[in-house]
Design a protein around this ligand. Structure first.
Ligand code: DP6
Length: 336
């Protein structure tokens, strides 16, 4: 291979924000290529971000990753190396990278996000390797590492379509910018520590054993259209109802797997109930839940602090984080 080396000078720092799917991705059309079986639509979150500093260094014997001050090894490091290998192939580069990554939200809150992490890694490694910033390329790279990360390359509201088996490239795309609509997301943190079953394994198990999986795939296209239309027309009631339907249908499908895949905990259900009560009192608030026990509440600017206060008082809730809609991922080369 015609390869080149960069000295230890090329250093890039990227910042990418977490995103929450309003229409959920759950299931793969192609496991090897990590292509989703369903379309997903997300909102990028201002309050939760990953900052990643990276440089390629000729003196390193292997890639090294420091995450929130802790040296990562094993599977976590392997996923990072795989993405770096793809960037090295694009840039025809043959040296290893030192990656230092930190989350702007509390370490160990259980919110550690592969979405913001891989989006920041894609942007930082491309920039440090001297690859021109093309968001489609960055999003496609991030998607292969973790599909939800494809959406974190973009700010505001983004969509990742379903893929077809064997498809070579599938980036997410923006559907509305950050300033399109000032909604708020309140994240109720209900536990510390990692999730019991990761998304990749959870999806594999659901697809293999849930009798509702085919129905979930069938319904997902229409739910994604409902969510997208609600975003474009700034209709919060329509968005909230569609997002809740997507999340709870995903969990119903996972729960019907054998053995069951149950991400909901008592505090999760207490939050769902608290939000329902708030809605009865005229508050605009709807829940969404990912592959863990935390609850994310979609609400309006006017109702956000009331929702956050109410959730913080729910037994089992450790913290309620209020977020605005976030910006696109960014990167700067700090040393050339
Ligand atoms: C429930 O993107 O973490 O958060 O592609 O296997 O890494 P992999 O999965 P991941 O799955 C996210 C699942 C979800 C819904 C969503 O974000 O769309």
């Amino acid at each position: 291979m015609n390869s080149r080396r960069v000295g230890s000078g090329a250093r890039a720092t990227a910042r990418a924000h977490a995103n929450i799917a309003l229409a959920k991705y759950w299931g793969k059309a192609d496991v090897e290529r990590n292509l989703p079986a369903v379309p997903s639509v997300s909102v990028t979150l201002d309050a939760l971000a990953t900052v990643t500093e990276l440089h390629f260094d000729e003196t390193l014997q292997a890639d090294a990753l420091l995450l929130d001050g802790i040296e990562v090894q094993g599977r976590g490091l392997q996923r990072v190396v795989r993405l770096l290998d793809e960037v090295r192939a694009i840039a025809r580069l043959n040296c290893f990278a030192r990656v230092t990554s930190r989350n702007t939200f509390p370490t160990g809150s259980g919110l550690a996000s592969s979405a913001s992490g891989f989006a920041a890694l894609a942007m930082a490694s491309m920039a440090a390797a001297g690859v021109a910033l093309d968001r489609d390329v960055a999003s496609d790279l991030a998607r292969r590492a973790s599909a939800s990360a494809a959406r974190s390359i973009f700010g505001g509201f983004a969509r990742l379509d379903a893929g077809a088996p064997g498809q070579s490239s599938l980036p997410a795309r923006p559907i509305a910018p950050q300033d399109h609509w000032d909604i708020r997301i309140v994240v109720a943190v209900t536990s510390r520590g990692p999730k019991r079953v990761g998304s990749t394994e959870g999806m594999r198990h659901t697809a293999a054993t849930s009798p509702y999986y085919d129905r979930w795939i069938e319904m997902s296209q229409a739910v994604a259209e409902r969510v997208q239309t609600a975003i474009l027309s700034r209709d919060l009631v329509a968005l909230g109802e569609a997002a809740e339907h997507s999340a709870l249908s995903m969990h119903a499908c996972a729960m019907a797997a054998q053995p069951p895949l149950l991400y909901l905990e008592p505090a999760t259900l207490a939050c769902v109930e608290a939000v329902r009560v708030l809605r009865e009192r005229g508050v605009h608030a709807w829940v969404t839940i990912d592959a863990g026990p935390h609850v994310k509440v979609i609400t309006s600017r006017d109702d956000a602090s009331r929702v956050a206060g109410h959730l913080a008082a729910v037994p089992g809730v450790l913290q309620a984080i209020e977020s605005r809609v976030g910006p696109e991922a960014s990167v700067e080369v700090t040393e050339a």
